[in-house]
Design a binder for this molecule. Structure first.
Ligand code: NAP
Length: 270
């Protein structure tokens, strides 16, 4: 653990997960960040680097978040766990005055609102981003822009088959951004009928969202617009989880300057 005086002290939660391991690698490489804790459900007391295949980090895995936040004097938690545990983790972090940076998807709206209020009371910041990849942020922005001119749109998102939530957080965020740019629209034939339930996908404000889950995928999304005699496809592919790391480390630094919750990485980059 090399620490400079102004270094931001990071606890990674879900540290043994696919994303958590990438986050640890990114944090130890980043001079302005210091890894001070790694929380998961197993490997208590085992040195982190020896498990994930990097140099000695000087940090051991722990299984109790509250204790870790106190003993490590953390500034920020970076949470990539799952929708059923992230909510409690973030309430706990805020209670201890630790800023949450959250990549976990599937968080209920009511908790986002409550976190914002609690963070303001504590006068600290938090960032929740359903997608930390810069290319995905651009894909969402371009899709929202295109919807002004081509309002008929469907979203197809493709992820690995271990993903727990559907549709993906990115698809939800994209649909919300598109919905702000167009009127609610009933798409497809007025008399269309699903022969098999779910064939037309989920319905958000009249736009259809389809979730594909297959081994081999990381995180991918195509937004398809249809107009008279033409279609437009905007597609983003994360082919490795490293694609999310510049956004994650940026958020860990930016969160130190914020008060309240920011939802979406696009709101912390220029
Ligand atoms: P994963 O491999 O299943 O990792 C989750 C980790 O959290 C696992 O090691 C799991 O342990 C651990 N965990 C479960 N309960 C815990 C608890 N109470 N305390 C601490 N750790 C706990 O999942 P992933 O693929 O890394 O994805 C994690 C989340 O990130 C998902 O919600 C995914 O959608 C999201 N994601 C977001 C982005 C983005 O850019 N925002 C990008 C990719 C993924 P066990 O295995 O023992 O349960």
């Amino acid at each position: 653990m090399t620490e400079t005086k102004s270094s931001i002290r990071i606890v990674v939660v879900g540290a043994l997960g696919r994303m958590g391991q990438e986050v640890i690698k990114a944090v130890v490489k980043e001079p302005e960040l210091t890894l001070v804790g790694a929380v998961d459900r197993s490997h208590e007391g085992v040195e982190v680097g020896s498990v994930i295949g990097i140099e000695d980090t000087g940090v051991t895995f722990s299984t109790e978040l509250g204790e870790t936040l106190v003993s490590s004097q953390a500034d920020v938690i970076i949470d990539f766990t799952n929708p059923s545990v992230v909510v409690e983790n973030v309430y706990k972090a805020i209670e201890y005055g630790v800023r949450p940076v959250v990549g976990t998807t599937g968080i209920p709206q009511k908790d986002l609102h409550a976190w914002d209020q609690l963070l303001r009371e504590k006068e600290i910041g938090g960032i929740v981003a359903p997608n930390f990849a810069i290319g995905a942020i651009l894909m969402m922005k371009f899709a929202a822009q295109a919807a002004r001119y081509m309002p008929q749109v469907e979203i197809i998102e493709m992820h690995h088959d271990q993903k727990l939530d559907a549709p993906s957080g990115t698809a939800v965020k994209t649909a919300e951004m598109i919905a702000k740019e167009r009127e609610r629209l009933r798409q497809g034939h007025p008399s269309e009928e699903e022969k098999w339930a779910g064939a037309r996908g989920a319905d958000y404000e009249g736009m259809r969202i389809h979730s594909v889950r297959l081994p081999g995928y990381v995180a991918h999304q195509e937004v398809i617009f249809g107009g008279v005699g033409q279609t437009l496809s905007i597609r983003h592919d994360s082919i490795h989880r490293e694609s999310f790391m510049p956004g994650v480390t940026l958020a860990a630094k930016k969160v130190m300057e914020l008060t309240g919750l920011v939802y979406g990485l696009e709101n912390v980059i220029d």
